[in-house]
Ligand binder design. Structure first.
Ligand code: SF4
Length: 471
C-alpha cells in the first residue's frame, strides 16, 4: 500500500544531572531514536539540545542518516535533547517547515517538536497575527511555539496548560526549555507518545515504544491523553494539562503506521495486525492455493489470514527496502515505475497459483493495480484481494495525509466495481466491526473509515489555504 503519510515522529532525552553538560550524548541518543522512527517521516529531520543556557539546533531536509553526521551532532551539547523526523501534513516540504522549531521567549529559549495536526490552526493563526505576532512558516507547529511563547503563567507547566486549552486536534508534543523537557498529548490521545527510563538512567520520550526499546528501555508508560510530563533528568513529574476529549487513538497506527514491534494502549501492533488478518479470513474466505502479503505492513495480517483459513502463507513479492515510504510519485507513469522499483515477483511461488493477496489498506488503488499487473505477469492464475482494513472514504484531519479526498478510490467504487477495475477475481475489505475487534482497544478513532470525527472539523477545510500561501 502507498498513499497516506504519517505526520512525524518525536524523541526526547533528558540525561541525569551528573552528566557532563559539554557532552553531546543526549543528542546522539536522540539521533538513534530518530533512526527507529524514520518510517514516520522521511522528508526532514532535526535535533535541538539545551546546555542549560542556550539551545542549539541542527535540522535539514532528508533522511536522518543524511541530515546527521558526527560533525553535525558534536555541536549539539547538553543534557537535554529533542528530535523530530518529519512528513508534512501542513505546510510544504521545505527546510523552513522542518522541526524542531526554536524561538526566543521572555522566559528563555524554547524548542518544539510536534506529531499531529492542529484542526483549529486557521483560527490560531489569525489570533496570533491579530496580536501582531509574525509567522515565518506554513507549519502549524510554529503556531504552537508562538502560542506557548505568549502564554501567561508562573512556570512552564502552567503556561503549557493555558496554551493547550486553546488547541483542537492531534498533538503529541515535546517542548524543550533551558532546563527541562515537557511531553504533552491532546486529550483525545490521537497519536502515541511514551516515556521510559533508559539503562543509563536517562529519562526518554518517543512516539513509539520500539524507539525506546532500541535505546535500552524496558518499561514504558504512556503520556496520558491531556497530560503534561516534565523530565529534568532526575525523574518524571506529571501535571494535568487539558481534559474534555473522548479517547480516540488512531486506528491507522495499528493498521499501517506504527512499527510492528511497538506497543500502544497495551496492545502489540504486530498482534493487532495478525488479528486483523484472522478476522478478515473469517469475514471474507476465499478458495486459493497460497496467501501472499504485500510487504511489509501486510505480512502480519497475511499470517493471520493463513492461520485461520488453513491456506499456506507464501512470499510472492520481494520488496526493495532501500526505497522509502515517500518515494516520489508525481505522475501515474512514474508511480507505476515506482512500484516496479519497489516490488518484484517471486515467479516460482506465484506461477499458476490461485492467490489470496493481502494488503493493509487501499487509498488511491494505484499501487494495488500495479501489483496485480506484476503478479499476473508472473503467471498468477487467480487473485483474490483481501484488505485488512475497511474502505477509506474520508480524509484525516488528525495528522495523516490521505491525499486529495477525490482520489480515494473507495469513494467511487464498491468491492465489485474495484475488483473489476483492478482486474482481480474477488475483493473484500475488513468490516468496521472487525477492525475494532481485532485492535481490541477501547476508544479508537476510525473517522477515515466511518466519517465520524471525534473533534469538530468545520474549520479544517481552511487548512490548505495557508498551505498554498506558505513558503
Ligand atoms: S481519521 Fe483515520 S488516520 Fe486519522 S486519526 Fe482517525 S483513524 Fe487515524
Amino acid at each position: 500500500m502507498s498513499g497516506p503519510k504519517e505526520a512525524c515522529g518525536v524523541v526526547g532525552i533528558a540525561m541525569g544531572e551528573a552528566s557532563a553538560a559539554g557532552s553531546h550524548d543526549a543528542a546522539r541518543n536522540a539521533f538513534y531514536g530518530l533512526f527507529a522512527l524514520q518510517h514516520r517521516g522521511q522528508e526532514a529531520a532535526g535535533i535541538a539540545s539545551s546546555d542549560g543556557t542556550t539551545i542549539s539546533l541542527h535540522k535539514d531536509v532528508g533522511l536522518v542518516s543524511q541530515v546527521f553526521r558526527e560533525g553535525t551532532l558534536e555541536p549539539l551539547k547538553g543534557r537535554l535533547s529533542i528530535g523530530h523526523t518529519r512528513y508534512s501534513t501542513t505546510g510544504h516540504s521545505s527546510l523552513r517547515n522542518a522541526q524542531p522549531f526554536v524561538i526566543d521567549t521572555r522566559h528563555g529559549p524554547l524548542a518544539v517538536a510536534h506529531n499531529g495536526n492542529i484542526a483549529n490552526a486557521p483560527a490560531l493563526r489569525k489570533a496570533l497575527l491579530d496580536r501582531g505576532i509574525g509567522l515565518s512558516s506554513a507549519s502549524d507547529t510554529e503556531l504552537l511555539a508562538m502560542d506557548l511563547a505568549g502564554a501567561e503563567g508562573r512556570d512552564w507547566p502552567e503556561r503549557i496548560a493555558k496554551a493547550m486549552a486553546g488547541w483542537v486536534g492531534a498533538f503529541s508534543l515535546l517542548v524543550l526549555t533551558r532546563d527541562a523537557i515537557y511531553a504533552l498529548r491532546d486529550p483525545w490521545g490521537f497519536r502515541p507518545l511514551s516515556r521510559a527510563v533508559l539503562a543509563d538512567g536517562s529519562h526518554a520520550f518517543a512516539s513509539e515504544t520500539s524507539a525506546l526499546r532500541m535505546l535500552g528501555a524496558k518499561d514504558f508508560e504512556e503520556v496520558a491523553p491531556g497530560q503534561i510530563v516534565e523530565a529534568r533528568g532526575k525523574g518524571f513529574e506529571t501535571f494535568h494539562g487539558m481534559g474534555g476529549g473522548a479517547k480516540s487513538s488512531c486506528a491507522f497506527e495499528y493498521v499501517y503506521f506504527s512499527r510492528p514491534d511497538s506497543e500502544w494502549n497495551g496492545r502489540s501492533v504486530h498482534a493487532a495486525r495478525r488479528a486483523l488478518g484472522a478476522i478478515l479470513a473469517e469475514e471474507a474466505p476465499a478458495e486459493a492455493d497460497i496467501v501472499v502479503p504485500v510487504p511489509d505492513s501486510a505480512i502480519p495480517p497475511a499470517i493471520g489470514y493463513a492461520a485461520v483459513s488453513g491456506i499456506p502463507y507464501e512470499e510472492g513479492l520481494v520488496k526493495n527496502r532501500y526505497i522509502g515510504r515517500t518515494f516520489i510519485e508525481p505522475t501515474e507513469a512514474l508511480r507505476r515505475r515506482g512500484v516496479a522499483l519497489k516490488f518484484s515477483p517471486l515467479v516460482e511461488n506465484i506461477a499458476n497459483k490461485r492467490i489470496v493477496l493481502v494488503d493493509d489498506s487501499i487509498v488511491r488503488g494505484t499501487t494495488t493495480r500495479a501489483l496485480v499487473e506484476l503478479l499476473r505477469g508472473a503467471g498468477a492464475r487467480e487473485i483474490h484481494l483481501r484488505v485488512a482494513s475497511p474502505p477509506i472514504r474520508h480524509p484525516c484531519h488528525m495528522g495523516v495525509d490521505m491525499g486529495d479526498p477525490s482520489e480515494l478510490v473507495a469513494r467511487r467504487l464498491d468491492a465489485e466495481g474495484l475488483a473489476k477495475e483492478l482486474g482481480v477475481e474477488s475483493l473484500a475489505w475488513l468490516s468496521l466491526g472487525g477492525l475494532g475487534k481485532a485492535i481490541g482497544v477501547s476508544g479508537l478513532c476510525e473517522a477515515c473509515f466511518s466519517g465520524r470525527y471525534p473533534i469538530p472539523i468545520d474549520e479544517v477545510g481552511a487548512k490548505t489555504l495557508f498551505e498554498r500561501s506558505g513558503p
